[in-house]
Design a protein around this ligand. Structure first.
Ligand code: NAP
Ligand code: MG
Length: 486
């Protein structure tokens, strides 16, 4: 494989001419305030948001304390009891359609900012994240005046003020998953983005302004975990919608115990991707790669445990390694890039600790050759063979580009191994037999199971987990129900 020195574009594995997306068609302000009651409100403190590919500071962002969170909840309550709460479903739908179109108009800007702030490859932010963001607003715009048809005979009502806390792996997409259904159902929102990726959500607030959304309908409070905690603990919040780690999900359940707050929790995962000997091997190899290396593996439903039928294991692993040698790791803004930067130094450290544990516990590590850029946070696409069910890399969520491979002989053995996890978010099955697909999809204890594909998302399709992967569903009619009283 070609080895190149790190060039001016951090372009490392592979030997292609750079094809960099430009940054000169939009502005990022030096400093952002909080978006409360339709106004930009100064926070008493600020923090920096960093580009994980370069280590450079992109902008300063307000840090909302208890006081500002309180102001935001008050503004949301006022909007719920006032202008937004009085609107008909059809009028709410018009706002959502307008927001969806404005997202499409600014999609190039949003994609570049998403890649700068979070490190994901521009190909993914441009072709997956932002189109799905618009799709979520379009889809829910269509429901806003049809809730009586979605739930016939029950006259559903909005819940009130919704507090939403989201992670850093799909910053704008998670905001869309949360805000669009809440508004379609007539609620108002206070949302806290993750500390490392606040920028696209702040740009979304600009879009809300441009759309003329009534003040207070959506409020954005940036900050770290304490800001999220203040929002969750606020007594005037009617529902909590959280996406993040299982540890924080458990803390939230403890914090709201004894209150009548409603909640949905979308937590971690450790998906099994199961490949049978009758699967189309080349397609399966692409599906395995997409399953674990999409978004640097920072994906709750990532196919991080691969189970290959023993008879084809050597062949599949050989093909996987060959294909991994062609993956391009480097500058997220380069259109050639397959794997971008790890979202934060903290996350990189977490990945390294677990990979070391994998080696220490006896699994066999393999990584392609090639050098990583000197500046920024990077990790090579990695696979482990000789894994045991008890290994930490098999049991714990790594949330990075690291695949743990095991083999199996019978469908029953695959099911038993696949379900031997505290998580239950997603899974994948590769085979040419419909009957095997049905056996596996009904046997896997996971909220979403893909057959002969992986990591496919659609706003019409409910998403969510079993066991420690969470409670409740987002997307589709199930997702609407979570924002309504019956
Ligand atoms: P995290 O630490 O749980 O953070 C998620 C969000 O909660 C962030 O906005 C975080 O703020 C905030 N937060 C932290 N402590 C809090 C507290 N005590 N009270 C309220 N909010 C608090 O998770 P992460 O490490 O950022 O994200 C990765 C995790 O999310 C993974 O486990 C992944 O599987 C999961 N995830 C799940 C889904 C799904 O749909 N099931 C989707 C994406 C990600 P700061 O960022 O500022 O600390
Ligand atoms: Mg950042």
């Amino acid at each position: 494989m070609a080895k190149t020195e790190p060039g001016p574009h951090n372009f490392v594995f592979g030997n292609y001419a750079p094809a960099r997306e430009s940054k000169d068609h939009f502005k990022i302000k030096k400093s952002y305030d909080l978006f409360i009651g339709g106004k930009w409100v100064k926070a008493s403190k600020k923090f920096e948001t960093i580009n994980p590919a370069t280590g450079e500071v992109i902008a300063k962002v307000g840090e909302a304390g208890k006081k500002e969170v309180g102001q935001a909840v008050k503004a949301a309550r006022k909007a719920f009891e006032g202008e937004w709460g009085q609107l008909s479903g059809a009028e709410r739908g018009k706002y959502l359609f307008r927001i969806a179109r404005l997202i499409q108009e600014r999609s190039r800007e949003l994609a570049v900012v998403e890649s700068m702030d979070g490190g994901k490859p521009i190909r993914e932010s441009r072709d997956v994240d932002i189109p799905l963001v618009a799709a979520h607003f379009f889809y829910h715009a269509g429901w806003a005046d049809k809730l009586d048809y979605a739930f016939p005979g029950v006259k559903p009502k909005p819940l009130g003020v919704v507090g939403q806390v989201i992670p850093w792996n799909f910053p704008l997409l998670m905001a869309a998953w949360k805000i669009a259904p809440a508004l379609a159902c007539g609620n108002t929102v206070v949302l806290k983005p993750a500390e490392t990726t606040p920028l696209t959500v702040l740009k979304l607030a600009e879009i809300f302004e441009d759309a003329g959304l009534p003040p207070g309908t959506v409020n954005i409070v940036t900050g770290a975990g304490e800001t999220g905690q203040a929002l969750i603990e606020h007594p005037d919040v009617d529902k909590i919608a959280f996406t993040g780690s299982t540890a924080v999900g458990k803390a939230i359940r403890r914090a709201i115990a004894g209150t009548d707050k409603k909640f949905t929790l979308e937590l971690g995962g450790k998906a099994a991707n199961i490949v049978f000997e009758d699967a189309p091997i080349n397609e399966a190899v692409e599906g395995i790669l997409n399953g674990i290396f999409f978004n640097q593996g920072h994906v709750c439903c990532a196919g991080s445990r691969l189970f290959v039928q023993e008879s084809i294991a050597d062949k599949v692993i050989k093909k996987l390694k060959k294909r991994m040698e062609t993956l391009i790791v480097g500058d997220p803004l380069d259109k050639n890039t397959d794997i971008g930067a790890i979202n934060s130094a903290e996350q990189l450290e977490r990945i390294k600790v677990l990979v070391k544990a994998g080696e220490r516990e006896g699994a066999c590590i393999w990584q392609p050759e090639g050098r990583l850029p000197r500046k920024g946070n990077w990790f090579k696409p990695t696979l482990f063979t000789e894994c045991a069910q008890s290994h930490r890399i098999v049991q714990e969520e790594i949330f990075g580009p690291v695949l743990a491979i095991q083999t199996f002989r019978t469908p029953q053995e695959a099911l038993e191994k696949a379900n031997n996890t505290p998580y239950g978010l997603s899974g994948g099955v590769w085979t040419d037999k419909g009957s095997k697909i049905f056996k596996m999809t009904t046997g896997l204890k996971a909220g979403v199971v893909w057959a002969n594909t992986f990591n496919k998302f659609d706003p019409t399709s409910p998403f969510g987990g079993y066991k420690e992967s969470g409670i409740g569903r987002e997307g589709g009619v199930h997702g609407l129900a979570a924002y309504l009283n019956f």
